[in-house]
Design a protein around this ligand. Structure first.
Ligand code: CP
Length: 302
């Protein structure tokens, strides 16, 4: 992993994924160390973020590293027409590693091809979100005690949800039974389903979430991604497709946990937050330890 960019979760083998999760467990026990002293990490967010940006910044600062960057392009030379290539080449002069979020699919791969320093993809359009995937896997393993042979149910926007795409691909290493609940307009893309088929695994598709809750070990709720719809009217048609409420969870398995990459709009009712099955805020905390593991591995410090 040393000096390698992390653009897609497919860039990591099963063994490398497990190495990150094991390392994250160590960081959870001891998150404050001086491991990154003298290192400068650039955090370039061309698109809004709360969790990814701040958990990376917290992760780096707790390890004694420095952070430079921006959380919006409003005050940068992007406003003057600077290209992504020129921005990346310039920031590479000032940092050891670049964490980048960008609204265009494939932008992180492009950045990794022009940058002399490693790039971590913090989300590129509707394509991939590999660091979220690793913290999702960490959260699943922590709550279930294993990643193997689980029934995992994805609900919501499976078309535009980049966290879904990365997580489905990664779970193909672990003999997952996939349950895919979405409006017909927002089904999982064929390119992602191909990974399931190539792993000789199966998926079931549903439009009603009630049918699938009792068999699930994990429910992975997602927001309908308003910002990705070419036509706002199409968003209006599907925006309230699924709203998870406590009464729907009455017949869930005891071990079942609800994950959500967040932010939430209305797809999980706030009364579910106090249900012991709700795990999404702890999931966001796990992002700090997992990002500590990713950054220190890429910088060759672990
Ligand atoms: N899960 C996630 O990517 O959240 P943010 O958009 O707040 O970073």
């Amino acid at each position: 992993m040393k000096n390698r960019s992390l653009v897609s979760i497919s860039d990591y083998s099963k063994e490398e994924i497990i190495k990150i999760l094991d390392l994250a467990e160590d960081f959870e026990k001891q998150p404050r160390q001086e491991l990154l002293k003298g290192k400068v990490i650039a955090s370039l967010f061309f698109e809004p973020s709360t969790r990814t940006r701040l958990s990376f910044e917290s992760a780096v600062q707790q390890l004694g590293g420095s952070i430079i960057g921006f959380s919006s392009t409003a005050t940068t030379s992007v406003q003057k027409g600077e290209t992504l290539k020129d921005t990346i080449l310039t920031v590479s002069n000032y940092s050891d590693l670049i964490v980048m979020r960008h609204p265009v699919d494939g932008s992180a791969r492009y950045a990794s091809e022009v940058a002399p320093v490693p790039i971590i993809n913090a989300g590129d359009g509707a394509n991939q979100h590999p660091t979220q995937c690793l913290l999702d896997l960490y959260s699943i393993r922590k709550t279930q005690g294993t990643l193997d042979n689980l029934d995992i149910t994805f609900i919501g926007d499976l078309k535009y949800g980049r966290t879904v795409h990365s997580l489905v691909i990664a779970l193909c290493h672990f003999n997952t039974r996939f349950h895919l609940v979405s409006p017909v307009e927002l089904k999982l893309p064929s390119a992602v389903k191909r990974h399931i088929k190539e792993a000789n695994l199966r998926y079931e598709q549903y439009t009603d979430l009630a049918d699938v809750i009792p068999t699930s070990d994990i429910i992975y709720m997602t927001r309908i991604q308003r910002e990705r719809f070419p036509d706002p009217l199409d968003y209006e048609k599907v925006k309230n497709s699924y709203i998870l409420q406590n009464d729907a969870l009455e017949h869930a398995k005891q071990n079942m946990r609800i994950l959500h990459p967040l932010p939430r709009v209305n797809e999980i009712s706030v009364d579910v937050d106090n249900n012991p099955m709700a795990y999404y805020f702890q999931q966001a905390l796990n992002g700090v330890y997992v990002r500590q593991a990713i950054v220190s591995s890429i910088l060759g410090l672990k």
